[in-house]
Design a protein around this ligand. Structure first.
Ligand code: SAH
Ligand code: SF4
Length: 348
């Protein structure tokens, strides 16, 4: 009999599994909490279920977390996880410890079809969507490793892949991540970053549980954005910002606009001025990300002086803009560097 994984199953689906074994309904809540709250990954850990039931569950259902191939630890404490999901199918997640919080950065696809010029993931062939179990599985693995911590936990959906191109699986994962009965991470602590899939943003706006929205803007004219992010040819800056203006924001919430600064491409003061204009009438903050270089990217990071000048112009115009420090650079864990690479065996 094929063994089905219950990681990624919701309470109803676990209920069906339990009903199939003629067990009472309350058992499904125990199983659900065991997987998502207590991070159990073997039926032996469910001491509250009784030996016989554990054996019957074990015959049919698995709970294994994702197969970790390797963990790369940076000098700054950042940990890059390389998961092996099958032949040629590597994905990565990143654990970023900070003073007051820990951040988990997770992937949604093996590869990415968008093909942005500045992003290493975009150079990979798009292979497939991750399942809900593979999406939450990344968090469960990193949380189990982290042990208990009183620090706050943030989840950013900013790893490999375009989350809104894997909409249904991603949203099922988001509902599991935020469910009080299980993982219980507040939607306010979950941020989804998109390259600008306008129909996906519109759909997201109708969801009962909505994570924070981050938009990878990266340019202030369609000509430059067309060049950097081919998705712009389908939904241009005006269409994207229109969808942002219609996006419902909870009180005191803002949309984050990510802006990768690339020398002489999008980092002039003229760009900064245009950005101020574009973002007028939006509840926003800006995240400036000096390009993380990689040998396979033919672009250069803006020098620090230009980054500061850009930030200053935004600040003078009352736009909060933080400069994102690269984390885990030495282990290729920084934004845009995730490529499923295994330094011991060359490229994926
Ligand atoms: N596909 C989604 C989420 C993953 S990319 C998206 O594009 O939003 C996460 C962030 O990394 C994006 O804001 C992207 O613009 C940024 N990024 C990609 N390549 C980068 C690089 N080489 N240096 C710095 N940031 C990069
Ligand atoms: Fe895909 Fe995002 Fe990289 Fe663009 S920046 S190629 S959308 S992962």
């Amino acid at each position: 009999m094929a063994i089905t994984s219950l990681v990624g199953a919701n309470l109803e689906e676990i209920g069906e599994a339990i009903a199939g074994l003629n067990e009472p309904k309350y058992r499904s809540r125990q199983v659900y909490a065991g997987i998502y709250k207590h991070l159990y990954h073997s039926w032996n850990q469910f001491t509250d279920l009784g030996r016989q039931l554990r054996a019957r569950l074990n015959d049919k259902y698995s709970l294994s977390h994702l197969p970790v191939q390797q963990v790369f630890v940076s000098k700054d404490g950042t940990r890059r996880y390389l998961f092996d999901l099958g032949p040629g199918q590597k994905i990565e997640s990143v654990f970023i410890p900070e003073e007051r919080r820990d951040t988990l950065c997770i992937s949604t696809q093996v590869g990415c079809a968008i093909g942005c010029l500045f992003c290493v993931t975009g150079r990979l062939p798009m292979q497939r969507n991750l399942t809900p179990g593979e999406i939450v599985g990344q968090i469960l693995t990193m949380q189990a490793d982290r042990g208990t911590s009183s620090k706050r936990l943030n989840v950013v959906i900013m790893g490999m892949g375009e989350p809104l191109n894997n909409y249904d699986n991603l949203m099922k994962a988001v509902r599991l991540i935020t469910d009080d009965r299980g993982m219980s991470i507040s939607p306010r602590r979950v941020t989804l970053s998109t390259s600008g899939i306008v129909p996906g943003i519109k759909r997201l706006a109708e969801e009962p549980v909505i994570p924070n929205l981050a938009i990878s803007l990266n340019a202030t004219t369609d000509a430059v954005r067309d060049l950097l992010m081919p998705v712009n040819r389908k939904w241009n800056i005006a269409a994207l910002l229109e969808a942002c203006r219609n996006f419902p924001l909870a009180q005191r919430r803002r949309i984050t606009f990510e802006y990768v600064l690339i020398e002489n491409i999008n980092d002039s003061l003229e760009d900064a001025r245009r950005l101020v204009n574009l973002l007028k009438s939006l509840q926003k903050k800006v995240n400036l990300i000096p390009l993380n270089a990689d040998p396979c990217i033919p672009l250069k990071a803006s020098p620090p002086a230009r980054v500061l000048a850009f930030q200053e112009l935004l600040a003078r115009n009352h736009i909060t803009a933080s400069i994102r420090r690269p984390r885990g650079n030495d282990v290729s864990a920084a934004c845009g560097q995730l490529a499923g690479r295994d330094p011991l065996h060359g490229d994926a």
